[in-house]
Design a protein around this ligand. Structure first.
Ligand code: SF4
Length: 907
């Protein structure tokens, strides 16, 4: 039976645990109780008391004044939210706040958008009866940071910024110092934003009810009614953004509180790194390279040139002489079109995408074990788990909004956090179990973990019996493991691994999260299968708070694979080598399709070098800067007759193009992105495409038509309708029904979506155990002796991948260059000091890079990023790749180092 409480003597039902504030706002109107220190994404705090209400335990009983924001509703209580006494109290509180606040509203940044101003008006302030306190106009404004600003004379000490920094981001940069009128917010040890550990997520700025903390875009004071909700273009978290525009220009970005993915939070990339979209260096015209020089041409000229060449190669060298690389930056609809163009118009399966160099082992490994190569659960399941295991991922840099949630989880008592990573990442510092293994030995560690789980009898026998196959054979192999040898191989004390294994298996619910530190290895697919095996072994699959959850890299890398941007599976993951699937695609596309697997990206480059590839079309991928063994990639592009690059900027790859086509950014087009939790979300066009550019989907449609294939113009709803007819798990997805928060596939015909996979059975029937032994990387076997250090590559928070976008925003002022993380012991042994230039040399080449000494990497291990073309770290990375999915082994590169003068930038 519903529980009842009374508002102004009228009965209403309330929800268990509901606060009086939430109850009154839900049952009456949102503005009946004003607040200052309350915010939608923060825990109740009860400091400003503006939300006070009168409460009696019986009708006409004695009333007590309580702060409604943090008082739970009591059954049968009587709440008076707007009695005369309460209205007087609120007015009095605001008057006191105003005595300490400069009354310069007319010239204030947030005039008209200030919560204090609104609350003051709502409680009827016309004058302040008290003498002036201190207005703090002497407080210096902080303009040190490219994004964050503060003017603490405007601070009302509500603590919202402090709590946002603590509770949302978990950074603990902001605090309150001083007493009484001198109380004031400080950053770090009373320093500027730029000097502090601020990660520029903007949570404090969005939370601040005045202009005390703001940003350079003045996001809170933007005066426009033009606001468009869309999805971030950077990582696979898929944060929702609310973009404010005026006269076709983007003014600022805020995070919607009702976004299921990010609940009012973003990282600095999503919120602030948008100015690339109209950067002067945007490509604004198609170009053809003639005599080594790019010349602007019309779209028709470019299309004719490309169509003519492609038709010629197709006729004279066959369809397999042409290949395409699609972009995970693009929408699902554009990726679908690109693979359709390559398959149905060109007639080859030579289509691949950036998943090849990141999560292709995840898709393959999870398909082999479960039948479906996607995250089993949602990030929201963190509310229902007891243990998180993070393997080969640094989410606070790579997936910041999810990273912040994982950090919040790890910091809470009773929660267990396991980190398996060679580096002492931020999460490793909060972890209860950190396994700092030697790069390349994930398989050894995970097999050891399973050994100890089986030894301790912590397996879920019922689950294994009813939901899996292959266990007996698997367990026999595990029991025969040479633990002494494996301990030596991974370089971690067996007791540390055992404790982590027992913690994972003993938790009522355990979730795993993995990243590229799992997949970018020669045993990447096998490692993914082991993570899946761990879940099977302990029954951690098929319900809330468990599962295997890859942290997907690019914003739409999940979607591009879903749409068929793979050489072995078409749209919807159907095996293109099966005649029944071939027939289905042929009928649907109305074209003849090949029955053999196409080239994966590394095979495209090999084919080019062998003279077999005549043309390659690359959308939004800077393969020269980001793919391994740069010099080989360059040679492959030089050996290809026609290189078409569809891009936003003149990237390192675009420089090798024969034709450049200027595409559009996510802000200039509509479609859908699918985030790492299989959530298909609407990307809504915010501004018109920059003059001279076109949405990438329309470019592909144009060329399809030019080559004689009838394809309707690019519209997100039209394309989505076509996709829903061929991709089974998109069957019930309709553009107009996606709503604000999207739907998680599979989506049934009636529109019902799926939060958790494998609840009753696996797509392949039973979950499959498969033992795979540890094998040393060929890179170490071949080169480890002469090149004794292991270089591993990673990401930094401020930049994304090749940095083409983030380097054209204020982020570049925060992180200006790639650097090499090196243990002080290694530095000492090589006479290297912090900030020295170091020459890293591998069998492929050399690069010079600045040393950053840190204990976060162990002796013998080096770590760096490849965001900056000035360094081109991939000159040294190797051709070794995952044996199954051909994902390059970026994480294990044999190198040697020496102090240098900064001479070598290329091989
Ligand atoms: Fe964008 Fe990822 Fe940052 Fe969210 S966490 S704002 S999706 S980069």
């Amino acid at each position: 039976m519903d529980k009842i409480a009374y508002i102004n003597n009228r009965p209403y039902s309330f929800e268990e645990g509901e606060t009086m504030l939430a109850f009154v706002r839900r049952q009456m109107t949102a503005d009946l109780i004003p607040t200052l220190c309350d915010a939608p994404n923060l825990d109740p705090f009860g400091s400003c008391r503006v939300c006070s209400v009168e409460v009696a335990l019986e009708k006409d009983g004695k009333r007590k004044t309580m702060a409604s924001c943090h008082s739970p509703v009591i059954e049968n209580c009587y709440i008076y939210p707007d009695s005369e006494a309460i209205q007087n109290l609120r007015k009095n509180i605001i008057e006191l706040v105003l005595t300490d606040h400069p009354l310069d509203c007319l010239t204030c940044e947030v005039n008209g958008n200030c919560e204090l101003q609104s609350v003051a008006a709502s409680v009827g302030i016309t004058e302040v009866r008290y003498p002036e306190g201190k207005n703090h106009l002497d407080r210096e404004k902080d303009k040190s940071h490219p994004y964050m600003t503060s003017d603490l004379s405007k601070c009302i000490n509500c603590y919202r910024c402090v709590r946002a920094c603590d509770e949302v981001q978990g950074q603990f940069v902001l605090n309150m110092a001083g007493r009484g009128f001198d109380s004031h917010i400080i950053k770090g040890i009373d320093e500027s934003f730029m000097e502090s550990d601020c990660v520029s997520c903007g949570a404090c700025s969005q939370a601040c009810p005045t202009s005390a903390i703001s940003d350079v875009f003045m996001s809170k004071s933007v005066r426009t009614s033009e606001k468009t909700r869309t999805v971030c273009t950077y990582c696979g978290v898929g944060c929702n953004l609310e973009v404010a525009t005026s006269n076709g220009k983007i003014l600022s970005i805020q995070a919607p509180y009702d976004a299921e993915v990010n609940q009012g939070h973003t990282c600095l990339k999503g919120r602030y790194a948008f100015k690339f979209y109209d950067h002067p260096e945007r490509l604004r015209s198609p170009q053809i390279k003639r005599n080594g020089v790019f010349e602007d041409v019309t779209w028709d000229e470019a299309y004719d040139y490309i169509a003519g060449k492609l038709t010629d190669y197709k006729e004279n060298f066959g369809s397999d002489s042409i290949a395409g690389i699609s972009s995970s930056r693009c929408t699902n609809e554009e990726n679908y079109l690109m693979q359709k163009f390559i398959r149905a118009v060109i007639g080859t399966n030579n289509i691949d995408g950036c998943a090849r160099v990141c999560h292709s082992p995840t898709a393959l490994g999870m398909q082999r074990t479960f039948g479906t190569g996607a995250a089993t659960n949602s990030i929201d399941d963190l509310k229902d788990t007891n243990c998180i295991m993070i393997i080969g991922a640094n989410p606070t840099d790579g997936h910041p909004v999810t990273g912040a949630k994982l950090k919040q989880f790890a910091m809470k008592t009773n929660n267990v956090c396991i980190v398996i990573d060679p580096r002492s990442t931020e999460l490793a510092k909060y972890a209860h179990h950190h396994i700092p293994l030697r790069p390349g030995t994930n398989v050894a560690v995970l097999n050891m973990m399973m050994y100890y789980i089986i030894e301790a009898g912590l397996i879920d026998e019922t689950f294994i019996e009813t939901r899996t196959e292959g266990y007996n054979d698997f367990v026999n192999h595990i029991k025969q493991l040479d633990i002494d040898e494996m301990e030596k191989v991974c370089g971690v004390d067996r007791e540390i691994i055992k404790a982590a294994a027992v913690a994972y298996a003993s938790a009522p619910n355990a979730m795993s999260f993995h990243g590229l530190g799992v997949t970018e290895h020669s045993q990447g697919t096998f490692t993914v299968m082991q993570i899946a095996d761990l879940a099977l072994l302990t029954g951690n699959i098929g319900r809330r708070g468990v599962g295997v959850n890859p942290l997907r890299g690019q914003n739409n890398v999940q979607g591009s694979a879903d749409m068929g941007v793979q050489p072995h599976q078409g749209a919807g993951y159907m095996d293109i080598t099966k005649p029944v699937n071939q027939q289905k695609y042929e009928q649907f596309y109305g074209a003849k399709l090949p029955l053999h697997v196409g080239y994966k990206i590394p095979e495209m480059f090999d084919a080019a070098l062998q003279g077999k590839l005549k043309a390659i079309w690359i959308i939004g991928e800077d393969v020269v800067q980001t793919d391994p063994n740069t010099q080989k990639v360059i040679k492959a592009l030089e050996a290809t007759d026609l290189v078409v690059v569809q891009e936003l900027f003149m990237t390192e790859t675009a420089k090798y193009a024969d034709v450049i086509l200027p595409g559009s950014s996510f802000l200039e087009k509509s479609g859908t992105f699918t985030n790492g939790e299989r959530r298909v979300q609407r990307v809504n066009q915010v501004v018109e495409p920059i003059e001279g550019t076109k949405p990438d989907g329309q470019i592909i449609v144009d060329i399809m038509n030019r080559m004689g294939y009838k394809q309707a113009d690019y519209t997100p709803d039209g394309m989505l309708e076509e996709i829903s007819q061929i991709v089974p798990f998109f069957a019930g997805i309709k553009w107009e029904e996606l709503g604000k928060n999207g739907k998680q596939w599979p989506v049934a015909l009636d529109g019902t979506d799926t939060k958790i996979l494998h609840t009753e059975s696996f797509k392949r029937g039973l979950g499959k155990f498969e033992f795979n032994p540890f094998k040393e990387s060929q890179e170490i076997l071949d080169n480890g002796k002469d090149y004794p250090y292991i270089l591993t590559t990673n990401r930094e928070l401020e930049h994304y991948n090749c940095g083409a976008m983030t380097r054209r925003t204020g982020n570049v002022e925060i992180l200006t260059e790639d650097s090499l993380m090196m243990n002080p012991l290694d530095a000492k042994n090589n006479a290297i000091s912090d900030g020295d230039m170091v020459c890293i040399e591998s069998p492929r080449g050399k690069v010079d890079i600045k040393a950053r000494l840190t204990e976060d990497v162990r002796p013998g291990i080096l770590s760096t990023t490849f965001h900056f073309p000035e360094i081109m770290v991939n000159n040294v990375t190797s051709d070794v790749h995952d044996t199954e999915a051909m994902c390059p082994e970026y994480k294990v590169v044999s190198v040697r180092i020496r102090k240098s003068k900064g001479k070598y930038k290329e091989a």
